[in-house]
Design a protein around this ligand. Structure first.
Ligand code: OXD
Ligand code: MN
Length: 613
């Protein structure tokens, strides 16, 4: 479609201004068809950027290798550019909007020379849903267009909802590698040097400007940039929640259903939990979303959640038929792989995929020929797939996707889970005593650093409140206040009992020998079942100073877990908790200065008092 055919005058003018600045050779407005997707893949193959995979094994799939400097989200180059620095808060990078726009305008000048500018109208959330939002991304990357086709809803149907003057979030994206006359990419992933990469958000004007990276959340601007950083600001202003949470549907053996969301920092198995296969007989888990939840209050006072995305952008290494069969099945066709290994027979391979690679040699993520590994164990620094290698797969291909995953009304949420990797102190599951106590739990979420990761931080907790640290588009202290205000509003309306119940879970406790005490994966269904019953106020808990813990006998020990271990997992470590409270008081809450809500300090005092009683 041509720009001239667009009906939205504001959109047309915004594109024309971008064309004048970035001077692409041509402009295409994406219509969202399968033919268009196929064309994007062909464009990438022709440029030497994509390799078609074995059509017998992985029909409709391709592999990309990025530049070694462009392999992950770049938090150091991510900016929340609010008018006032104090609105971005201490956990975000900030530059004044006028200054940042001046710097980036210079970079954007002529940045699309020799390339096509693609205009992608996209909907985050089912097209036309009250909870959905529209964005328009302009990009010079056909890789981005193909990924956006999978991760969002793209094209004419979105323009129809936008109409002549609808609201959209304008998103600029350029890889920052203009082509000289006759120059081609020739198999070299286009991007700009690190110092020129910018992932910028302007919360007041609801704009996103991204430059210099073609990878993941830096470039697929619907995901972290719109659906979390900008949406968190919209949610604060409009009274809803945009969260880094999975959404799952839980059905008990009687056929009763509840929907649960969960916030976990990176590397805590969010996608695995969203697609879990229960070991508990008669229980069923289905997936509504694996990364982001947008939640709005219905007239009945309940919170309704949608998954704003349409696909999974999952970490490949570690994914296998034991850890996540449903994810493996989701990316068996029509998927894009990035930075995975390539086997002789045109198959993909990654560390911990379940077996060694077929054939004599594989091509690693940097394009080098390597002997095929005989097993799937990672060798640090010698990985065949990059540790952040990804698959982009349509959610509708997931065997356990819930039939209602695209319901525009959303699904009513009964429980929020918060969790992290906590080798000590934090019990298997703990229900908050109140909404405010639950917000306290969310605010202290963190993951303990293990020797395998960063040796000088072993044993320390890296706090990642609500798993939103890299994704909150405003001051975290104000974010905590927003959460507290929703509880107060529900109470004032006499609907506090309609709010989701809040839980903290921990699958990662270790014993004195450093062995995991809980098997995790499908066995986590035992905890989900307990949460389910708690939402119905069943008599399955005991009150403790830190929250409601499982009553003995209400969670059955899985194979390999003794009753004594289960008891330890479900009891209060008084001394450990005293240290936890002291750490929050000394090292965590003071970061947020006078924006830290008093109610959360009150919670801290109250727990401390109960622990000392
Ligand atoms: C993601 C992340 O890629 O949280 O989802 O980093
Ligand atoms: Mn995420």
């Amino acid at each position: 479609m041509k720009v001239q055919e667009l009906k939205h005058a504001g959109l047309k003018k915004w594109i024309e201004d971008a064309v004048a600045l970035m001077t692409p050779d041509s402009v295409e407005v994406c219509e969202g068809t399968q033919t268009e997707y196929n064309h994007m893949i062909m464009v990438n193959i022709a440029a030497g950027l994509a390799t078609p995979l074995n059509a017998g094994k992985l029909p409709g799939c391709v592999l990309f290798r990025s530049d070694p400097s462009d392999v992950a989200r770049v938090e150091d180059r991510t900016f929340i550019s609010s008018e006032k620095e104090s609105d971005a808060g201490p956990t975000n990078h900030w530059t004044a909007p006028a200054e940042l726009k001046k710097t980036m305008t210079k970079l954007y000048k002529g940045s699309m020379k020799g390339r096509t500018m693609y205009v992608i109208p996209f909907s985050m959330g089912p097209v036309g849903s009250d909870i959905a939002k529209i964005g328009v991304e302009i990009t010079d990357s056909a890789y981005v267009v193909a990924n956006m086709h999978i991760m969002t809803r793209v094209g004419v149907k979105v323009l129809d909802v936008l109409g002549k003057d609808g609201f959209f979030v304008p998103c600029y994206h350029s890889v920052g590698k203009p082509l000289a006359e006759g120059e081609k990419d020739n198999g070299v992933w286009p991007c700009a040097p690190m110092a020129d990469k910018y992932i910028s958000h302007f919360p007041e004007t609801r704009e996103i400007w991204s430059y210099g990276s073609g990878y993941g959340g830096n470039a697929l601007l619907g995901k972290k940039c719109l659906a979390l950083r900008i949406a968190s600001v919209l949610a604060r202003d409009e009274g809803w929640l945009a969260e880094h949470m999975l959404i799952l549907k839980l059905t008990n053996p009687k056929g009763d259903v509840k929907y649960v969301t969960g916030a976990f920092p990176s590397a805590c198995g969010k996608t695995n939990l969203a697609m879990l296969i229960p070991t508990l007989p008669g229980w069923k888990v289905e997936t509504v979303g694996d990364d982001i939840a947008w939640m709005k209050f219905g007239a009945d006072g309940r919170l309704y959640a949608i998954n704003p995305e349409a696909g999974f952008f999952g970490v490949a290494p570690g994914t296998n038929y034991d850890s996540n069969k449903n994810a493996m099945e989701s990316c068996k066709k029509n998927s894009i792989f990035t930075n995975c290994g390539l086997t002789e027979d045109g198959d993909i391979w990654w560390e911990q995929i379940g077996q060694g690679a077929a054939g004599q040699e594989v091509i690693d993520w940097k394009g080098a020929l390597r002997p095929s590994p005989i097993n799937d164990k990672p060798v640090k620094g010698q990985e065949i797939a990059h540790p952040n290698a990804r698959f982009t797969a349509p959610a509708k291909q997931c065997p356990c996707v819930a039939p209602e995953w695209e319901d525009p009304k959303g699904v009513p949420i009964s429980a929020f889970l918060f969790g992290g990797r906590r080798p000590s102190t934090i019990p298997l599951v703990n229900q908050a005593k109140s909404w405010t106590h639950g917000v306290f739990m969310g605010s202290i979420t963190g993951s303990e650093v293990t020797a395998a990761v960063i040796s000088d931080q072993v044993g320390q907790v890296r706090r990642d409140p609500f798993a939103m640290l890299p994704f909150c588009g405003y001051h975290m202290g104000d974010y905590f206040k927003h959460w507290l205000s929703l509880g107060k509003k529900a109470e004032a309306a006499g609907k506090a009992d309609k709010l989701p119940k809040i839980f903290f879970v921990n699958w990662f406790r270790k014993d004195a020998d450093g062995k995991f005490m809980w098997p995790g994966y499908g066995e986590n269904s035992r905890v989900l079942a307990w949460v389910f019953d708690r939402c119905d106020n069943k008599d399955n808990c005991v009150e403790t100073p830190i929250g409601n813990l499982p009553k003995p006998g209400t969670i059955e020990a899985p194979k390999g877990v003794s009753e004594a271990v289960l008891k330890e997992l479900c009891s209060v470590d008084i001394e450990g908790w005293k240290k936890e409270i002291a750490d929050v008081r000394k090292n965590h809450y003071p970061k947020f200065g006078d924006k830290m809500p008093k109610e959360l300090y009150d919670e801290l005092d109250a727990i401390e008092k109960r622990l000392n009683a």
